[in-house]
Design a protein around this ligand. Structure first.
Ligand code: AMP
Ligand code: AMP
Length: 253
């Protein structure tokens, strides 16, 4: 009985990933019906929705836990234990082509962990919280869903599942290690980091740096771009260099 129930939840979520692409149109269509707009306006609204969405892509962002934890602020391991020595997910962020981004798009769609219970083990291992005090991650995932996820074309299941699926397809640490770039406390050229990711993943990433407790610039987050359906990894439409020195530390974790 339990496995039938879990199967049903997964099926529902799988369907919702495929349905997500048409959801925004359904939403607009519903609005139009509710407001009893004339038919011509309905087309105009649909076009507006399509234009609106065609300006959006996602930043898929992973972070190096060593660079979160060695800062002045520090970190706390999740209640489930120390995360793996690997990059972990920060989020999937809808972004406009002009580089600005929408936030908190639906105050009525609150984070509901019961909808993603079948994903929790993957979330704990791939999307670990590092904030203090130590906690089980729900706060971080709630923040990411409500701030960014509600602006995506996905419902909650599809948002988290699509993001986890991207993680399964890219291996930043492997790509870096293949180019001799290791979390050994040494310094590496940001350009070499970008080339290594390009060689391993196929697209040029954006690199974000932060400072450790001694104010040394270090590799913090790696961004790649994903198209609106969450499946295709694309070259980033906008590129910004995010506060890195020419060479940066890659600290251990
Ligand atoms: P958060 O998801 O709230 O942890 O955001 C992480 C940081 O990235 C914050 O400092 C945001 O201001 C910034 N940020 C959030 N979304 C985007 C985006 N789509 N493009 C660029 N920066 C972003
Ligand atoms: P940042 O991009 O580092 O400025 O992060 C923006 C917000 O996301 C801050 O509130 C961070 O504390 C939070 N944040 C980033 N990574 C994590 C993480 N692994 N766990 C919990 N909160 C995080």
């Amino acid at each position: 009985m339990k496995s039938i129930l879990i199967g049903l939840v997964i099926l529902q979520c799988t369907i919702s990933i495929y349905a997500a692409h048409s959801q925004s149109f359904l939403y607009y269509a519903e609005q139009v019906v509710e407001e009893e707009e004339p038919f011509v306006t309905a087309f105009a609204e649909d076009d507006a929705a399509a234009d609106h969405n065609s300006d959006l892509f996602y930043y898929y962002v992973e972070q190096w836990p060593g660079s979160y934890c060695d800062t002045k602020k520090g970190c706390c391991y999740p209640s489930t234990g120390k995360p793996a020595t690997n990059f972990s997910i920060h989020g999937l962020w809808p972004t406009w082509l002009n580089g600005s981004w929408p936030e908190n798009c639906n105050p009525n769609s609150l984070y509901d962990e019961s909808k993603i219970s079948y994903l929790i083990e993957r979330m704990q291992s791939e999307w670990p919280t590092l904030s203090c005090p130590s906690n089980n991650g729900s706060k971080f995932w709630k923040h990411e869903w409500e701030k960014h996820g509600t602006c995506s074309i996905f419902d909650q299941c599809a948002y988290f599942e699509s993001t986890l699926n991207i993680k399964d397809r890219v291996n930043f640490l492997q790509a870096l290690e293949n180019a001799g770039i290791k979390p050994d406390g040494n310094f590496y050229e940001v350009e070499a980091i970008k080339e290594a990711i390009k060689a391993g993943v196929g697209v040029t990433p954006l690199i974000e740096c932060n400072s450790d407790a001694s104010k040394v610039s270090q590799l913090y987050q790696i961004y790649i771009c994903v198209d609106l359906n969450g499946k295709d990894i694309i070259e980033c439409p906008t590129t910004v260099q995010r506060n890195c020195n020419t060479t940066v530390e890659f600290p251990p974790f």
